[in-house]
Design a protein around this ligand. Structure first.
Ligand SMILES: Cc1ncc(COP(=O)(O)O)c(C=O)c1O
Length: 369
């Protein structure tokens, strides 16, 4: 399986939380899509666009299966932030409402819509390397309309229990918006089981590509109440002469307003097929076993580990002076991790199923030198 990833021949790659590696099969997916366009070989008598749209709907169903959703609950977007903005802009805010998010969010929902509508923002403070549900509970009240969390923190891999977040929010009638970019593809997903309302995720990390594409899950009960914040030919609301076919109003497709990243969607279909052939339960097991091996090895080195012990996620971070410079130095030895000064100088190491214990041991050995 490692031979499917040419980059692994050269690199000790422990940075999927930055950008994931692409296996040959996914690259072939891009190539095949491009070949069709390059040679202009549409299927018999059909416009190319119809074939692309049909392919997008095929991949939409695969994504839905992958995350425990239905095809009509998935919209294609451009990036995680795009899905988050669609949700924030599409809700019917009233002055005095509040929105809650952990202070470490990658894309905190402080937006112009929120400010214009006079919505109070409440950032939950971090404690002991993570967030205490009791603190979240304190921040949420009956005027809270939205609770936003990343399932896995991009800083230290802290993982929220989405079911617990949903229970806290729903008790007050608030909706839950999840950023799953650091978890989808590494950890098994079942958004319906977790009871969350909206999930935005980009595939260029643990789903192994592409960039410039993301998906938004909108639980079907929330579809009618969420108003599309942008309109184009694909979800046109104009009913005059020459109107396009209206987008079905009861599907998340109504949030797609223009031409999609069809090439990326096709390649994402290949990524999902690859992960499904390995089996997401096996992927998750391997990710968690590797991250716990990493945690143990760092403990032996007496590193100040920033990831709470027992965190079930692909990321382990530790405090490190001069982290940026150190990470740059490691690159020249073909070891890739993230070094960051923000949130205190630290190294972030992340694993995927294509890693092995030797990758971790090689990194640890360098840290010992
Ligand atoms: C938690 C999280 N969300 C989102 C992103 C990327 O956001 P976008 O897809 O909007 O570029 C990252 C990138 O590192 C991330 O760590």
């Amino acid at each position: 399986m490692r031979s499917d990833f040419p980059a692994l021949k050269e690199w000790t790659y422990l940075d999927t939380s930055f950008v994931g590696l692409i296996p040959n099969q996914v690259k072939e997916g891009y190539d095949e899509w491009l070949r069709q366009w390059h040679h202009f070989s549409p299927e018999e008598g059909r416009p190319l666009l119809s074939t692309w749209l049909e392919d997008a709907n095929r991949v939409r169903e695969i994504i839905a299966d992958f995350v425990g959703a239905k095809g009509n609950e998935i919209a294609f977007t451009m990036c995680t932030g795009s899905g988050l903005n669609i949700v924030v802009n599409g809700l019917d805010w009233e002055k005095g409402d509040s929105a809650v998010f952990p202070e470490w969010e990658h894309n905190p929902l402080d937006t112009h819509t929120i400010r214009r509508c006079g919505v109070e923002l409440r950032a939950v403070p971090a404690r002991g390397g993570g967030f205490d549900p009791a603190d979240l509970e304190k921040a949420v009240d009956d005027r809270t309309r939205l609770v936003q969390v990343s399932e896995v923190s991009y800083i230290n891999g802290f993982r929220f229990d989405l079911k617990e977040v949903s229970e806290i929010a729903h008790e007050h009638g608030a909706k839950v918006l999840v950023d799953a970019t650091q978890s989808v593809g590494a950890l098994m997903a079942d958004y319906r089981r977790d009871g969350v309302d909206f999930v935005s995720a980009a595939p260029y990390k643990y789903l192994m590509g592409p960039a410039g594409l993301a998906f938004l899950y909108v639980e079907e009960g929330n579809i009618p109440g969420l108003v599309p914040d942008r309109i184009g030919w694909k979800n046109q609301i104009w009913e005059g002469a020459r109107a396009e076919e209206p987008a079905p109003p009861d599907t998340a497709e109504k949030f797609e307003y223009g031409t999609l990243n069809f090439q990326g969607i096709h390649a994402l279909g290949e990524s999902l097929a690859y992960l499904n052939s390995v089996g997401m339960d096996a992927v998750e097991r391997r990710v968690l076993s590797l991250s716990s091996h990493l945690h143990e090895r760092l403990e032996v080195l007496s590193k100040d580990i920033l990831t709470p012990e027992g965190t079930e996620s692909p990321i382990v971070s530790f405090a490190q002076d001069g982290a940026v410079k150190l990470a740059r130095g490691l690159m020249s030895e073909k070891i890739k991790v993230t070094g960051r000064e923000a949130h205190g100088s630290h190294m972030r190491v992340s694993v995927h199923f294509y890693n092995n214990e030797e990758d971790i041991d090689r990194f640890i050995q360098k840290m010992e030198e």
